[in-house]
Design a protein around this ligand. Structure first.
Ligand code: NAP
Length: 297
């Protein structure tokens, strides 16, 4: 996108000025996507920090005040907070406004937000598949979405023009956009993102429960693979609690398959079936090559 292109939105309200909200706010300003960016967060300190860092034009702890006059509202809190936020802001939304979000699950978001929105307001959920293990407004940066996918999941009957505008926003901040049904999004992300986080939390949790002497050796020699898991397992606990509670079915389904596959490998190790192990490890190597070829490494 060229920085001189005219703004897509006049006034964007970002609710939740954390890692993703502050990155989006920065990108909207940097790439000239919005004329004004207003922030809302439940914490006074976060609001003050966001203004001090020049992330937003103004910030408030009052969601209804932030959404007043906004032609786009983007929910960027953990998804467990969406229902209450949607209810609080509903009566203050401008007719014709678009409401969107960045949540890591999509069916639950449609379930929790859509019923509160008044007629004449379009709801176009989206999920930028980009992030880090850090939280809060200081962790954000405008380039976070560059070259990353953003999955837009308009519910059935959603206004096509609004969906296109939201997709355009994400393209302008550097993302590649894919449009998908919410249920399909949740199934795919259960395997590509949610299960890996669950595994990382488990492995690091197992290490945390080891007796002290072994634990300090684990930390000292962590480069042998464990270190990469600790980065993922340092991700925001509240955000991830909400992801698992809100994508329950899809996560439980992939977890069941994962458990069966793990048991098969356990059996191969027990019975010394080297060919089984080698075949499995060769297959997984090909997936890694595919990810590198798709420039997602
Ligand atoms: P974050 O850094 O913790 O930011 C969330 C912000 O929202 C915090 O400042 C939080 O305040 C605030 N908040 C919580 N409840 C609120 C409420 N009811 N009203 C107003 N503000 C509220 O989290 P994040 O990583 O940016 O994640 C935000 C969303 O992005 C989540 O829905 C997540 O699923 C999605 N997402 C995250 C990633 C990632 O890698 N992190 C990637 C893609 C999408 P407190 O600190 O006081 O709780």
């Amino acid at each position: 996108m060229t920085e001189s292109a005219s703004p897509l939105f006049e006034r964007v309200a970002i609710v939740g000025i954390g890692l993703i909200g502050s990155s989006l706010a920065r990108a909207l300003r940097q790439y000239g996507v919005a004329r004004a960016v207003v922030g809302a967060d439940r914490s006074e300190a976060v609001c003050a920090k966001a203004v001090e860092l020049g992330i937003v034009d103004v910030a408030t702890t009052e969601v209804p005040v932030a959404v007043e006059g906004a032609d786009l509202v983007v929910l960027c809190t953990p998804v467990g907070a969406y229902a209450a936020v949607a209810e609080t802001m509903a009566d203050h939304l401008m007719p014709g406004a678009v409401v969107s979000d960045v949540g890591s699950v999509k069916q639950a978001v449609v379930r929790d937000v859509a019923p509160s929105l008044p007629p004449g307001v379009a709801f176009i959920p989206a999920h930028p598949v980009a992030g880090t293990e850090h939280s809060g407004p200081e962790a954000g940066f405008a380039e976070l979405f560059q070259g990353r996918w953003c999955i837009v999941t308009p519910p059935p009957g959603a206004a096509a023009e609004a969906a296109e505008k939201v997709a355009d926003l994400w393209r302008r901040v550097g993302s590649r956009v894919e449009v998908m049904e919410p249920a399909r999004h949740d199934r795919i992300l259960a395997i590509t993102s949610h299960l890996p986080h669950l595994i990382a939390y488990t492995i690091v949790g197992t290490a945390a429960d080891l007796e002290e002497e072994t634990k300090s050796a684990v930390i000292q020699f962590s480069a042998g693979g464990f270190r990469d898991f600790t980065r993922i397992a340092a991700s925001d606990p509240i955000m991830w609690r909400d992801v698992f509670l809100n994508n329950r079915e899809a996560v439980l389904e992939v977890l069941q398959r994962f458990t069966e596959d793990l048991t098969a490998l356990q059996r191969a190790i027990r019975w010394g079936e080297g060919d089984v192990l080698q075949e499995r490890f060769t297959k997984t190597r090909a997936i890694r090559r595919g990810i590198i070829d798709a420039k997602q490494a």
